[in-house]
Design a protein around this ligand. Structure first.
Ligand SMILES: *Cc1c(COP(=O)(O)O)cnc(C)c1O
Length: 491
């Protein structure tokens, strides 16, 4: 690329004296009150780049073109539900009537925002088969912590203080044991069977009166539906424990199965997965937590309620586990989720889970001759390959992921879950057309062929991207995040 703007920092495009704005003359120049006190004034002008407007526009437009997003191409990142975020969601989230609100505004002036909160909370309760939701938690892991605190509060409120263990399957998302540890619970691992589902025989001896509950994802992290869920829930309940549902990826269930109907007592949902807020780069998110009837009083403060006159208010109660966030959580994420639910409507939302499942199975069946499928059968919204079928080429999952970038596709999730050495986890979501899925399948087959014919070329991919293979470890351990650091690095 011989574009002079390309690959340069804005500082490198700076020319002394160049200017991209013209401000009107300051009419208050000699009005004393507007001058800042001398001790607050800087001694030297800040070292800002000096550039004209067109340079700024080209710089940022070129930079945005280097980015990969759901708006530029297919993003089959397993365990992430990276789905398309319809533009109307952004319009609503950016609506000045909402963005202009201040969290400390008097209650009577924010009825509209509370109504959105309340209606979304009730919609989620309906979709998940729960009694009530809190939208206060900021992320999935934060929701897990909140949910586990609810489970602890429940046992404590009954004077049942010895319940300090939580059962987590070995296939669980890493946040599950982490949240349990933060909540002060001891994690007990239950094994999976060869088909990836929880081993009920391994579970039975773990159940006693020190068990606070069990955390499960269903379908689990391998995209397999836990068919024994009714039996598992019954066993855990008989032992006095509660069932926690990690609904970060509620997508495959949406409109089809409600966690509350299959034995779960407490759960969270990631609005930034199933309900369309994009989450590449880590946030902002929202991890609402739902509870079945009888557990509402333990939800965090404040709770949003509606009175008989259809007015909305917030309430704090003393049985609650307390506050887990400032104010009422990430409102813009709630706006997107609420808009998403309303635009789909009751009838269309019923198709989300089934279509996501159909798309995943279509890709799986089309590629299982070229890629190793350790667990066959019908999957839900996602599935895992264990690298290329032909292991003799030396081409790894990492190489396949890098080569996909050359063809304009985002990589699937790689090397997760940890149950397989060469894991490649694919989740297409319900939004993709058959043409897009076919294009991806074609490219995956091409890469499998290239791996045989020219393995070195695949191993040195990507070849067409703005940057080649990066040193992930150094990038994580020693990120260069300012221009000054970059200059120092160059010296
Ligand atoms: C994404 C995910 C989480 C964690 O959600 P965060 O918002 O990243 O904290 C937890 N469990 C499962 C199954 C997930 O896919």
């Amino acid at each position: 690329m011989n574009n002079v703007y390309y690959g340069k920092l804005i500082f490198e495009l700076s020319k002394e004296g160049r200017c991209g704005y013209s401000l009107p003359e300051n009419e208050c120049a000699d009005y004393k009150m507007q001058a800042l006190p001398a001790n607050l004034m800087r001694a030297e002008a800040p070292a800002l780049p000096e550039v004209d407007e067109l340079t700024v526009v080209r710089h940022y437009t070129n930079m945005s073109n280097n980015n990969f997003g759901v708006d530029t191409g297919f993003y089959p990142l397993g365990s992430c539900t990276m789905k398309y975020n319809p533009k109307i969601n952004e319009d609503m989230a950016a609506h000045p009537d909402f963005t202009g609100l201040h969290p400390l505004q008097p209650m009577g002036t924010v009825d509209g925002a509370l109504e959105v909160y309340y209606n979304l909370q009730m919609s989620l309760a309906e979709l998940a088969g729960m009694s009530e939701f809190t939208l206060n938690p900021f992320a999935g892991a934060h929701g897990e912590l909140t949910g586990l605190m609810i489970i602890r509060s429940y046992h404590m409120s009954r004077g049942d203080e010895k319940r300090t263990k939580i059962i987590v399957p070995d296939s669980a998302h890493g946040t599950n044991p982490a949240s349990a540890a933060v909540c002060g619970l001891n994690v007990v691992v239950v094994k999976s069977r060869p088909d990836g589902t929880v081993d009920v025989e391994d579970l039975k001896p773990l159940l006693d009166d020190t068990i606070a509950g069990m955390m499960m994802t269903n379908p689990n992290t391998l995209g397999i539906f836990e068919h024994n869920i009714a039996e598992i829930a019954k066993l855990v309940h008989e032992a006095g424990g509660l069932m926690y549902y990690d609904g970060a990826n509620l997508n495959p269930m949406l409109g089809k199965v409600r966690p509350g109907d299959i034995g779960f007592d407490v759960m969270h949902i990631n609005l930034h997965k199933t309900f369309s807020t994009p989450h590449g780069g880590g946030g902002p998110g929202s991890g609402p937590v739902g509870v079945r009837a009888g557990l509402e009083q333990f939800l965090p403060n404040p709770r949003v309620m509606k009175d008989d006159m259809d007015h909305f208010y917030v309430e704090n109660n003393d049985k609650s586990l307390g506050f887990i966030s400032g104010f009422l959580g990430n409102f813009a994420v709630m706006m997107r989720a609420y808009t998403y639910i309303l635009t789909l409507g009751y009838n269309n939302i019923k198709n989300v889970g089934p279509l996501a499942t159909l798309n995943a199975n279509y890709i799986k069946e089309s590629l299982k001759d070229c890629y190793e499928l350790p667990i066959g059968g019908v999957c839900k919204h996602e599935f895992v390959f264990d690298g290329l079928k032909d292991k003799s080429t030396g081409v790894t999952t990492l190489d396949v992921a890098k080569r996909l970038l050359d063809y304009g596709f985002h990589s699937p999730t790689i090397y997760f879950p940890l149950l397989f050495h060469e894991a490649l986890m694919i989740e297409p979501t319900e939004n993709e057309s058959k043409e897009t899925l076919d294009g991806f399948i074609e490219v995956m087959k091409t890469i499998a062929r290239e791996a045989k014919e020219d393995p070195e070329m695949v191993k040195s991919a990507p070849h067409n991207t703005p940057v080649r293979r990066l040193d992930d470890t150094q990038a994580a351990l020693h990120p260069i995040v300012t221009y000054r650091e970059l200059q120092a690095e160059a010296l």
